[in-house]
Design a protein around this ligand. Structure first.
Ligand SMILES: [Zn+2]
Length: 218
C-alpha cells in the first residue's frame, strides 16, 4: 500500500487531536522507513519483476519490517519512543494510538500485498489486490478520500481542521496519481531512495505546515 496508509494518520488525528500530525504521518510509514533503510543496507531484499500486474515489487525477503512479529516490535518501539523522548512525551493513551497507527501498516499492506507478509517462517500472507491495478488504485484513493470526507463532515471538527484534512488528502491523491503517470524507478536503489524521500519528506512538510499555519492543535 502507498498513500492509503495515511488514512490511519487522519483517523488518529481526529481521535486524538493533541498528537502532532507529523508524528502520525511518520507512524503510518514507520515500518516502511526501516524497510527502505534495510533494503539499501542489504538486510532485507526486493527485486523488480516487470511481469507483475501492477507494483512491480517482488518483496521476497523482509522479515525485520513486515512480519507480524516485527510489526508488534516496531509498534512497541514507537510507543516507547513517543513516551520517553523529551521533546514529544505523550500520555499513555496517545502513545497507544501512535502504536496502533504503526501496527495498522501491516493490516493495510495485507489487503494489497501478494503473499509476502510473514506470520511464521513457513507462512506468508497477502490478499494480492496489486494483481488488480484498478481495484488497488480505487482502494488507495478511496481510503484517503473516504476518511477525509467522513471526518471533515463531523460536527466536532472545525472548518479550519476540515480544510487541513482536505489539503493533506489532496496532496496524497496527487502523489498517488503521479505514481501512476510518472516513470517508475528502474532499479531497487532508485525505488527505495525515492520512497524514503516521500516517507521522510511528507512528515517534514506537515511539520512545517503545522508550524506555519497553526491550523491544527499540535
Ligand atoms: Zn509496507
Amino acid at each position: 500500500m502507498f498513500v492509503g496508509h495515511y488514512s490511519a494518520s487522519i483517523v488518529a488525528k481526529a481521535v486524538a487531536p493533541n498528537i502532532p500530525f507529523w508524528l502520525l504521518v511518520v507512524a503510518a510509514q514507520f515500518v516502511d522507513i526501516f524497510w527502505a533503510l534495510f533494503v539499501l543496507s542489504g538486510l532485507e531484499h526486493v527485486r523488480i519483476d516487470t511481469s507483475l500486474a501492477s507494483n512491480h515489487l517482488d518483496l521476497y525477503y523482509m522479515p525485520f519490517t513486515h512480519s507480524i512479529a516485527a510489526t508488534l516490535f516496531w509498534a512497541l518501539i514507537a510507543f516507547f519512543l513517543v513516551r520517553v523522548l523529551p521533546s514529544i512525551k505523550l500520555g499513555v493513551k496517545e502513545c497507544a494510538i501512535v502504536a496502533l497507527v504503526v501496527a495498522s501498516h501491516w493490516f493495510l499492506d495485507l489487503i494489497v500485498h501478494r503473499p509476502d507478509l510473514e506470520i511464521t517462517a513457513d507462512l506468508k500472507v497477502g490478499f494480492a489486490l496489486w494483481d488488480w491495478p484498478l481495484l488497488s488504485f480505487i482502494l488507495e484513493v478511496g481510503l484517503v478520500a473516504g476518511v477525509a470526507y467522513f471526518l471533515s463532515t463531523r460536527s466536532q471538527i472545525s472548518v479550519k481542521t476540515a480544510r487541513y484534512i482536505w489539503g493533506f488528502a489532496g496532496l496524497l491523491l496527487l502523489i498517488q496519481l503521479s505514481s501512476v503517470f510518472l516513470v517508475t524507478p528502474q532499479t531497487v536503489t532508485e525505488l527505495t531512495t525515492s520512497a524514503l524521500g516521500m516517507f521522510v519528506g511528507l512528515p517534514i512538510l506537515v511539520y512545517v505546515t503545522e508550524r506555519l499555519s497553526k491550523l491544527m492543535p499540535a
